[in-house]
Design a binder for this molecule. Structure first.
Ligand SMILES: [Zn+2]
Length: 62
């Protein structure tokens, strides 16, 4: 199963249906999450983790 498919499963298991994918980035509630594989070995690990991206505006230093 692809990372993307696993991420989709994880999100849907959490009861979230309002999400989309921008290429390989998960977009949920206005936030963007980078999907990474996880090999932490926890028994309840689903093999995928979501890293929250900083909002685009937050990257601009003034
Ligand atoms: Zn893990």
């Amino acid at each position: 199963m692809s990372l993307k498919a696993r991420a989709r499963e994880k999100v849907e298991r959490a009861g979230i249906s309002n999400y989309s994918f921008d290429q390989d980035v998960l977009v949920m509630c206005g936030n963007r999450y980078t999907v990474e594989s996880c090999d932490c070995g926890e028994p309840d690990c689903d093999g995928v983790r979501l890293l929250k991206d900083a909002p685009v505006a937050g990257r601009v230093l003034q």
